[in-house]
Structures are given as structure tokens and as C-alpha cells.
Design a protein around this ligand. Structure first.
Ligand code: PRT
Ligand code: MG
Length: 221
């Protein structure tokens, strides 16, 4: 049995065409079923639905053989757990070029971020990406107090909780609707295929087949 960990939402939706190209069709609609283990048309392939932030954990510890996760989640997972070595057991063979966005710093319209940085002000930054933010500001030499949030980051500068946020931006519409502006582009993000290293050795043939099918779709784009 091959187990693929996916999160509901955009990653699931954008993964379906890749699975189809690999000859795999998920038999349940995750929005209609309460099942967490979804069968596919291939009797030896199943999909498990987990929280986006849990995908690296499932794959690293072998709860799933493969998973698809944003680079944001993958980096944050590795850094929180103590650096690159903590992604040991996780093999990252492919950038799937799906669920693309960027991770940025944003502030309230009218907040003079450049001046605050120039003056060496201590900034309060709210984010779900504490490790990524810490590393980014440390490299810039900017002193920050980080506040961990689990969602609706956009609210933080509007309520006075923080001066800035570090969050994902895709179209920019969410920032605009909340009168926030992007002031730094930290990095580009896309989703990655991750594979449990031990599983790759034990189930090399079927896993390789899935990796190769995904790779050929990505290359043909
Ligand atoms: O929602 P939940 O808390 O369960 O988990 P999640 O938010 O981690 O999952 P999900 O499905 O929202 O995101 C999964 C992955 O999709 C992320 O880890 C990213 O790698 C990728 N992705 C791509 C995005 C976006 N684009 C994106 N735009 N994830 C989130 N957003 C959000 C962003 O946080 C902001 O609130 O969309 C809003 C901005 O979008 P625009 O288009 O208005 O700029
Ligand atoms: Mg979300």
C-alpha cells in the first residue's frame, strides 16, 4: 500500500490533475465525505487528509509514504524542529510548481516601514511563520518581537497587535482589502513532493512510478 498525505483545499485541488496523469483517481470528494482515508482507483494507493502543517510530520515519521506540502510549511517545519537535519528522513525530489505564492512582509498603509528599519526601531511582527520571519529579520539586522498567530494575520496591524505581518500573498487582494501594503518579498513559494526515505527504499518501484509521472507533468508545463 502506498499512502499519500494531502491537505484539503488548494493543494488537494491542484494535485488532482497530477494524480490523474499518474493514472490515479481519488474516489471520494473530500468536501463531501467525512472520511480521512480516501480510496483511489488503484487498490494499492490511498490518500490521507491531514492539516497542511502536519504533512511533513506524517511523511517524516512514515505515517505516509509521500506528501505534498508548501515550501513555506516545509521550511517552517524544518526550522522549528532544529535546522536542516530535522528534515532527515524527508526526501524532496520535486518542485510541483503548484499553489504558487510568495511570502512577504506587509504593514498598514501609511506605516513608514523603511524609516522604522532605518532608525533601528524594534518592530512587532505577527505571523504563522515564526522561524522564517526570525531568520529573515536576523539576516537583515532588524530587531523584532515575534507574535505567533494561527490565522487571519491581516488583522494584527489593523488592531494594533503588531506593526507588521509575515504572510503568504498570491494576488494581493487580501492585503488590499485590509489596507495593508507589501514592503518586503521574502521568497517565492510553491508546493513540493516529499517522500519518506525508508519508504522509497522499501517500495521503490511504485513510489518511483508516481514521482516519474508527476515529474513528466511538471516538465510538460
Ligand atoms: O487553512 P488551514 O489553516 O487548514 O491550513 P493552511 O492555511 O496552511 O492551508 P491552505 O490550504 O490555506 O494553504 C496550503 C498551502 O497553499 C500554503 O501552505 C501555501 O504553500 C499555498 N498557498 C498558495 C497559499 C496561498 N497561495 C494563499 N494565497 N496559502 C494561503 N494563501 C492565503 C494567504 O495566507 C492569505 O490569507 O490567501 C490569502 C492571500 O491571498 P491573495 O490572493 O488575496 O493574495
Ligand atoms: Mg488557509
Amino acid at each position: 500500500m502506498i499512502t499519500l498525505a494531502l491537505s484539503k483545499g488548494r493543494i488537494f485541488d491542484e494535485t488532482l490533475p497530477l494524480l490523474k496523469a499518474a493514472g490515479i483517481e481519488v474516489l471520494d470528494d473530500p468536501d463531501k465525505t467525512r472520511k480521512l482515508i480516501l480510496a483511489t482507483n488503484q487498490p494499492d494507493v490511498r490518500v490521507v487528509l491531514v492539516r497542511a502543517t502536519d504533512v511533513p510530520t506524517y511523511v517524516q515519521y512514515g505515517g505516509a509514504d509521500l506528501g505534498i506540502t508548501g515550501l513555506d510549511t516545509l521550511l517552517e517545519h524544518g526550522m522549528e524542529w532544529g535546522g536542516a537535519a530535522s528534515n532527515a528522513g524527508l526526501y524532496q525530489p520535486l518542485d510541483l510548481q503548484i499553489a504558487k505564492c510568495r511570502i512577504s512582509v506587509a504593514v498598514r498603509e501609511g506605516f513608514d516601514y523603511a524609516a522604522a528599519v532605518r532608525q533601528g526601531a524594534r518592530l512587532t511582527v505577527a505571523t504563522k511563520y515564526v522561524a522564517i520571519a526570525r531568520e529573515f529579520f536576523a539576516a537583515k539586522g532588524v530587531h523584532v518581537d515575534l507574535i505567533k498567530l494561527y490565522g487571519s494575520m491581516e488583522l494584527a496591524p489593523l488592531t494594533g497587535l503588531a506593526d507588521a505581518i509575515v504572510d503568504l500573498v498570491s494576488t494581493g487582494n487580501t492585503l488590499k482589502a485590509n489596507h495593508l501594503v507589501e514592503v518586503e518579498h521574502i521568497m517565492d513559494i510553491s508546493s513540493r513532493l516529499v517522500v519518506n526515505q525508508a519508504a522509497l527504499k522499501l517500495k521503490q518501484e511504485p513510489i518511483r512510478r508516481i514521482i516519474d509521472a508527476f515529474a513528466s507533468v511538471v516538465e510538460s508545463k
